[in-house]
Design a protein around this ligand. Structure first.
Ligand code: F6R
Length: 611
C-alpha cells in the first residue's frame, strides 16, 4: 500500500527511482509519480501503472542527482493525476510523498484555508505539506525543523519524504506507523518502503523507527527523534539476493512463489527441526518457554491469510499443548477494549510485518502487559521489532499480492512452536512427538510431488472458469484451508467465493447449491473423513459440482466427485500445508484464464499500512 523511493548521490536519480517504483509495484497502487531537482523542482505524475508514467515522461528533462518517487493507493481522493504524489507546496519550493493517513488533516486544512491557502488535490498529504511550508516560512526555520514542529501537531500514520529547492542534496524523511528503510552507499543513500529498491546498490540498511526523522545527504545520514536529539543509526546487513525479487523465468510472481514452496518450507524448517535427533531449535520460544508453559491462554491476532494460519494454529496448539487459544481479527481486537491480562501471550502473524491493524493491536496489548510473539516473514519489519520474541518464517520476499509461500511458512513455524511447547509441557507423548517431527520434515518433498501435477488443476480451472460463485468446504484442520481457498479465489479470479465448515453448509449456504455451483471440498483423509463424505453426498444430491482435494488412494470420494486432485498422505495436523497448495494453483489458473493481473489484482495492496 503506497510505495516510497528516494535517492540522493552521484548517480542520475531518475533511473534509480523509477526502477525502485517498479520493485514496489507489488504493494498495490493506482497512480505513480516522481519529483526531481535540477535548478527547480520537476514533478511528473500520472494515474495508472508505473509504465504509463514512464511513457508520459519520455522526452522530459530528467537530469537530477536527487529524487523521490511514489506509488499511491488512494485513501483521500479518487485515483487521478492531481491526487497522485509527489505533491508540491503552495509556494512551489517543496515536494513531498507520503504513505499513511493524517487523521486530523481536516482541522489543519481549515486553518490553512483561513490563511488563504488553496489546494490542488483532495489529499491529506497536500495539507501536511502546506502545513510544513507554512511553519517553515513563519518560523523562518529550515525544513528539518519545520517537519519536526508539524509532526508534533498531527495524528495518524505516515512515512514522508521531502525535498526542498533551497537544499538540493538533502532528503528529509520521517516515519510513524509506515515503514522506511534507508540504504547506505558510498557517497549515496537510498530510501524505500522496503529494501527491494536498493538491493543492487547496497546491502547495508538502516530500519528507521517510529517518531524518528532522517536527514539524508549523499555523504551523511543523521537520525534524530522528534525532540531533536541525535540517534546512532543501526546498520543491518541485508540477507537477500536480487534473484529473490525477480520472476526467474515464471510468468508471474504468484506462480513462482507457489512453486518455491518446497524450498521455502525447507528453509523455514532448516536449522530448527531435526527429526532424527528429536529436536526443534527455536531460540524465540526457548527464551520465553516459561511464559508459554504457564500461559493461561494464547491470543492470536492477524488479518486475511495470516488469520487463517492462526485458525489452523488454534486447532494444533489446543490439541498438542492444551492451552486455550483465541484467534482474533486484528482490526476488531484493537478497537473492542479486549480483556488482556498480564502474562497473556499474543501471537501476531504477519507476512509483511507492517499491517497497520496488527501492529497497533499488539502495541496496545503490550502496553497492557501481554507478551508479544511475532511470526513474521519480512525481516526487520515493524512487527518483528516491537515483539518481545518471535520466529521468522524465512519464506523469502513475497511479491505476488496473494500470500502463498508465506502462508505455508507460517503453518510450518506455528506447528514447530506447538510441538516445542507441547514437548516442554509434556502434553504430548514421545511417540506422537517423534511421528509429527518426521511428518513435518517430509512436507517439502510432498509439496514438490503434488506440484508436479499442477497441470491437473489447470485443467479444472479451465473447466470451471465461467463460474460466478463457488463454495469451499472443509472440516477440522482443513476448515481454515477452505476459508483460505475461498479468499484466494475471490482476490485472484474475482469469482465470488465463500468458505465454510462443511457441516455449517446445512445451516444456510446449501440454499445456493444448483447444478452450476462448483463446491470445493478440502477432504484429505483425517478423523472427519466419514462425516465429510456425507456432506459431499448432500451436495451431490442437489446436483452441485464437486471438486475434491483428497488423499492419494481415496477411492470413496474419488467416485463421488466431479473432479479430484490428489495430495500425498499426511497426518491430519500436517495436511493443511499440502491441501492449501492446489487451492493456490486453482485461484492462479482461474485468474489467468479470466485475464486477471494476478500479481496485482484490482484494489488490493500487498502491505496494508492503513487501517
Ligand atoms: C491474501 C493476503 C492478505 C494478507 C493480509 C495480512 O492473499 O495476502 O489477506 O494475508 O493483508 O497481511 P500480513 O500477513 O502482511 O499482515
Amino acid at each position: 500500500m503506497c510505495g516510497i523511493v528516494g535517492y540522493t548521490g552521484y548517480r542520475e536519480a531518475y533511473p534509480v527511482v523509477i526502477k525502485g517504483l517498479k520493485r514496489l509495484e507489488y504493494r498495490g497502487y493506482d497512480s505513480a509519480g516522481v519529483a526531481l531537482l535540477n535548478g527547480g523542482l520537476k514533478v511528473y505524475k500520472k494515474q495508472g501503472r508505473v509504465a504509463e508514467l514512464e511513457e508520459f515522461i519520455v522526452g522530459k528533462d530528467l537530469h537530477s542527482h536527487i529524487g523521490i518517487g511514489h506509488t499511491r493507493w488512494a485513501t483521500h481522493g479518487e485515483p487521478s493525476d492531481r491526487n497522485a504524489h509527489p505533491h508540491t507546496s503552495a509556494k512551489g519550493k517543496l515536494a513531498m510523498i507520503h504513505n499513511g493517513i493524517i487523521e486530523n488533516y481536516a482541522q489543519i486544512k481549515k486553518e490553512l484555508l483561513n490563511k488563504g491557502y488553496l489546494f490542488t488535490s483532495d489529499t491529506d498529504t497536500e495539507v501536511l505539506l502546506n502545513f510544513i511550508e507554512d511553519i517553515k516560512v513563519n518560523n523562518e526555520c529550515n525544513l528539518e525543523e519545520a517537519v519536526r514542529i508539524a509532526l508534533k501537531r498531527i495524528s495518524g500514520a505516515y512515512c514522508i519524504l521531502l525535498i526542498d529547492e533551497s537544499d538540493p542534496e538533502t532528503i528529509i524523511a520521517a516515519r510513524k506507523g509506515s515503514p522506511l528503510v534507508i540504504g547506505v552507499g558510498k557517497g549515496e543513500h537510498f530510501l524505500g518502503s522496503d529494501a527491494s529498491p536498493m538491493l543492487e546498490y547496497t546491502k547495508e540498511v538502516v530500519y528507521v523507527n517510529d517518531y524518528e526523522l532522517a536527514i539524508v545527504r549523499p555523504d551523511e545520514l543523521i537520525l534524530k527523534n522528534l525532540g531533536n536529539e541525535k540517534i546512532t543509526p543501526f546498520v543491518t546487513k541485508l540477507d537477500m539476493e536480487l534473484a529473490a525479487i525477480e520472476k526467474g523465468g515464471y510468468d508471474h510472481f504468484m506462480l513462482k512463489e507457489i512453486f518455491e514452496q518446497p524450498s521455502s518450507i525447507h528453509d523455514c524448517l532448516r536449522g530448527r527441526l531435526d527429526a532424527s535427533a528429536g529436536t526443534i531449535t527455536m531460540s524465540g520460544i526457548e527464551q520465553n518457554i516459561e511464559a508459554f508453559k504457564s500461559a493461561s491462554r494464547i491470543i492470536i491476532v492477524a488479518c486475511g491469510t495470516s488469520w487463517h494460519a492462526g485458525l489452523v494454529a488454534e486447532y494444533i496448539i489446543e490439541e498438542l499443548c492444551r492451552i486455550p487459544v483465541e484467534v482474533e481479527y486484528a482490526s476488531e481486537f484493537r478497537y473492542r477494549n479486549p480483556v488482556v491480562n498480564k502474562g497473556d501471550i499474543i501471537i501476531a502473524i504477519s507476512q509483511s510485518g507492517e499491517t497497520a491493524d496488527t501492529l497497533v493491536a499488539i502495541e496496545r496489548a503490550k502496553e497492557q502487559g501481554a507478551i508479544i510473539f511475532g511470526i513474521v516473514n519480512a525481516v526487520g519489519s515493524s512487527i518483528a521489532r516491537i515483539s518481545n520474541g518471535g520466529a521468522y518464517t524465512h519464506a523469502g520476499p513475497e511479491i505476488g499480492v496473494a500470500s502463498t509461500k508465506a502462508f505455508t511458512g507460517q503453518l510450518a513455524v506455528l506447528t514447530m512452536m506447538a510441538l516445542k511447547i507441547a514437548k516442554k509441557k509434556s502434553s504430548i507423548t514421545d511417540e506422537r512427538y517423534t511421528q509429527l517431527l518426521f511428518e513435518l520434515e517430509a512436507v517439502p518433498e510432498k509439496v514438490d510431488a503434488l506440484l508436479k501435477n499442477a497441470g491437473k488443476i489447470k485443467a479444472i480451472a479451465e473447466k470451471y472458469k465461467d463460474a460466478t460463485d463457488a463454495l469451499f468446504l472443509g472440516r477440522g484442520y482443513n476448515f481454515p484451508i477452505a476459508l483460505e481457498g475461498a479468499l484466494k479465489l475471490k482476490e485472484i479470479s474475482y469469482i465470488h467465493a465463500e468458505g465454510y465448515p462443511a457441516a455449517e453448509m446445512k445451516h444456510g449456504p446449501i440454499a445456493l447449491v444448483t447444478d452450476t455451483l462448483p463446491v470445493v471440498f478440502v477432504a484429505t483423509k483425517d478423523s472427519y473423513h466419514e462425516k465429510i463424505v456425507s456432506n459431499i453426498q448432500e451436495i451431490k444430491a442437489r446436483k452441485g459440482l464437486v471438486i475434491a482435494i483428497i488423499t492419494e488412494g481415496d477411492e470413496v470420494i474419488a467416485a463421488l466427485a466431479n473432479d479430484v486432485f490428489f495430495v500425498p498422505p499426511a497426518d491430519e495436523m500436517i495436511a493443511p500445508m499440502l491441501s492449501c497448495v492446489p487451492l493456490q494453483l486453482l485461484s492462479y489458473y482461474m485468474g489467468i484464464t479470466r485475464g486477471v493481473d494476478v500479481d496485482k489484482p484490482r484494489n488490493l495492496a500487498k502491505s496494508v499500512t492503513v487501517e
